[in-house]
Design a protein around this ligand. Structure first.
Ligand code: SF4
Length: 702
């Protein structure tokens, strides 16, 4: 047996739970991982994905090892050195900016980027290219929750801490399957309920997922009717008097308009729209009304919707009218899909944000950041958001895109448009670690990036917890940390302000920009993070704040929270006789995103080894579909062909596809997003992955 020669503490690079990991390296360089028992998030636990991270790191067969470039669209990719690659990239970006203006280029980055990388990508784009065309795959994940928080509590901030889980006695888990997608948090909920059987768990989902196994009440809602349900619960709480009148009087704006809205429909009308019984809705309301600590937890089921903002507003309202915020075991708690979605937003990593939660539309905020970076101005025009960016490439309004650490060919809605856009673009840079990304094949320039453990930096998890990730291994081949690639590129462009002596210097520049903001982390540096292991923001005078709003003063101008009479109508894609079923999409337990990492771990592939369509037996019967048959699913946008899985765990009239597989890992017709629409929430610009009109037929070979 090889002896351990070094031990390192890091953070899992998959979901936003942000579990602590102890990494050991032996004399031969082999890596082992286990849960960090001292880490407050996971206390030694890891889910299947986290505990297999060592296989991802050690198996480098799929890794991109050196830069590659094609001289024109008709040429194949060929190996080049870094200098040639970055000289070409800078020449193309410079020339396009000169010829067509700054808005002709953009960057599409990822919630997997480290905070320092995110910061520099934003500085490059907003400060120096002169465009706000930088968006992130976090747009597909959290942007509706961001709008919900900003409108209600005044800033993009999760008010709870994970320790509130053990203090809560009622959980409303809606539009989420944490048993599979945030397993360690769910394990904490399960343990809490095991020890306290009176704890109530309500799950809202059109599918009976694994999370329902612990539920006291499963509300198998009609897809898209979440706001109706929230209003129905709001009505029941008001009618039963289970609201916090003192909180409403002293700390809340908008109650009368909200009350009028939720009382405008009868419980019967709400129940009918949601496909539920009045009794079940009243039962949910009384569990919430009786609670001493009520946590609402949600993720993509609410966020990924053309009505995502309304769904968030109406859910957060339930916490606010009951006064369940800013006290132990209570609050709205959005679950995050990506490990550093929150860190990305801290540095302004979206097309409508600026550093440290500054507002792009605020001229003073723009000038503060411009002065800090030593540039004349930041453009006042919001950039293209994720989906819009690829539409702009398709139209020819954008000419070039730099894609970092994400696989839009599989993950964005309407994949066929994304493919067409990338083929039409003048210049596509793809910076990634793996050839398993379908997007790499459409690049004009491929830049090999370092992965987890191969670079240092910081991330922030869903409870505002910042952790430091050390470099443990050298990246294979010529791969470089994303940060180094950006900094080298900036030098090629001749930009000032990018001559950092190390990664920490970038972090410290970000820290400086947080001064005086709600997310201040003054005085934080790598040494402090290594000593404390992690801290939660805001962090000032050496003190972190675990739970926010304990004084009931919110980040709004008057210090009060706001509630809104959110519209309950669904302006979604209409079902028609040609497309009569609702498609909803999601994830499976052992895969993460587009499988570029989890897909190469054999033991993770054994859980579910190929894509499938969940369909109710009644819907299958009328279509003469048997369990295991190959079926073709079609929408107005495209087609998917997978095996049918008959189950009464899904509501009649609804079908489900997992979103993970693409062409490289399966085939062209395994790509779920061939079917989904580019409908966006008008405010959050988050696409709707949860409601597409489709038809399913048994596939007959020609
Ligand atoms: Fe990693 Fe999330 Fe699993 Fe924790 S719950 S080990 S962060 S994938």
């Amino acid at each position: 047996m090889n002896k351990t020669i070094s031990k390192h503490l890091s953070t899992c690079s998959y979901c936003g739970v942000g579990c602590g990991i102890e990494v050991t390296k032996d004399a031969k360089g082999a890596i082992a991982v286990k849960g960090d028992e001292q880490y407050p998030v996971n206390k030694g636990m890891l889910c299947s994905k986290g505990m297999n991270l060592n296989y991802v790191v050690q198996n480098t067969d799929d890794r991109i090892l050196y830069p590659q470039m094609r001289w024109s669209k008709s040429h194949p990719l060929e190996r080049v050195d870094w200098d040639t690659a970055l000289t070409r990239a800078s020449a193309v970006f410079r020339s396009l900016i000169q010829q067509y203006g700054p808005d002709s280029v953009g960057m599409y980055v990822s919630g997997q980027c480290l905070t320092e990388e995110y910061y520099i990508a934003n500085k490059l784009t907003k400060g120096f290219f002169g465009t706000n065309n930088i968006d992130t795959n976090s747009r597909l994940c959290m942007s509706s929750a961001v709008v919900g928080y900003k409108k209600t509590i005044g800033d993009d901030t999760v008010p709870i801490c994970y320790d509130d889980i053990e203090l809560a006695d009622c959980f409303l888990i809606t539009g989420a399957n944490p048993a599979w997608c945030h397993p360690i948090l769910f394990r904490r909920i399960e343990k809490h309920k095991e020890l306290n059987p009176d704890v109530k768990i309500i799950v809202v989902d059109p599918r009976k997922t694994q999370t329902c196994s612990s539920a006291d009440l499963h509300l198998q809602i009609n897809p898209g009717t979440d706001t109706m349900l929230h209003h129905a619960i709001g009505r029941a709480l008001i009618e039963s008097g289970n609201i916090d009148l003192a909180f409403i009087e002293n700390h809340l704006n908008g109650f009368e308009a909200y009350k009028e809205k939720v009382l405008s429909l009868t419980m019967e009308s709400y129940a009918q729209a949601c496909g539920l019984s009045v009794e079940d809705i009243l039962s949910a309301a009384s569990m919430i009304g009786d609670a001493k600590g009520f946590l609402s937890m949600w993720t993509m089921g609410l966020n990924q919707s053309a009505k995502g903002t309304d769904k968030n507003l109406s859910l957060i309202a339930l916490n606010l009218i009951t006064g369940h915020i800013g006290k132990p075991g209570a609050g709205p708690f959005s679950l995050t899909g990506q490990p550093n979605a929150m860190g990305g937003r801290e540095v302004g990593g979206m097309a409508n944000l600026l550093a440290a939660h500054r507002d792009l539309l605020n001229p003073e905020h723009r000038q503060e950041v411009a002065d800090f970076w030593g540039v004349d101005q930041i453009s006042p025009k919001p950039g293209y958001t994720a989906t819009e960016m690829f539409e702009a490439l398709d139209r020819g309004d954008m000419k070039a895109v730099w894609i970092v650490c994400t696989n839009p060919m599989v993950s964005l809605p309407d994949s066929n448009l994304v493919e067409r856009a990338l083929k039409k673009a003048r210049f596509v840079i793809v910076q990634d670690i793996s050839y398993k990304s379908d997007t790499v094949a459409l690049a004009d320039l491929v830049l090999p990036a370092a992965g987890w453990l191969e670079k240092e930096g910081t991330m922030t998890n869903s409870e505002r917890r910042i952790s430091y990730l050390p470099k443990v291994l050298n990246a294979p081949g010529e791969a470089l940390p994303d940060l180094d690639i950006f900094l080298r590129f900036a030098q090629k462009m001749g930009y000032h302000g990018f001559d950092f002596k190390d990664t920490e210097a970038v972090f410290l520049e970000h820290v400086k920009l947080t001064e005086g903001t709600n997310i201040e982390i003054s005085g934080l540096d790598y040494q402090t993070l290594k000593e404390k292991r992690s801290v939660q923001w805001p962090y000032t005078n050496g003190k972190q704040q675990e739970r926010l709003f304990t004084d009931k003063r919110f980040y709004t101008p008057d210090g009060k929270a706001n509630i809104f009479p959110a519209a309950a109508t669904n302006e979604l894609e209409k079902l028609t006789p040609d497309f009569p079923l609702v498609l909803t999409t999601g994830r499976i337990r052992d895969q993460w995103h587009t499988m570029t990492r989890t897909g190469k771990v054999n033991r993770l592939n054994t859980h579910i080894d190929k894509p499938f369509l969940e369909i109710h037996p009644s819907d299958a019967e009328v279509r003469n579909i048997k369990d295991g048959d190959v079926v073709e699913i079609s929408s107005k946008r495209g087609t998917v062909r997978v095996h049918a899985q008959l189950t009464d765990k899904i509501k009649e009239g609804v079908v489900f596809l997992p979103m993970h597989w693409g062409k490289i890992l399966q085939h062209d017709l395994a790509r779920t997003n061939n079917l989904t629409d580019r409908l966006l929430d008008p405010i959050s610009k988050e696409p709707d992955f949860k409601y597409s009109a489709v038809e399913v037929v048994r596939y007959k070979k020609q």
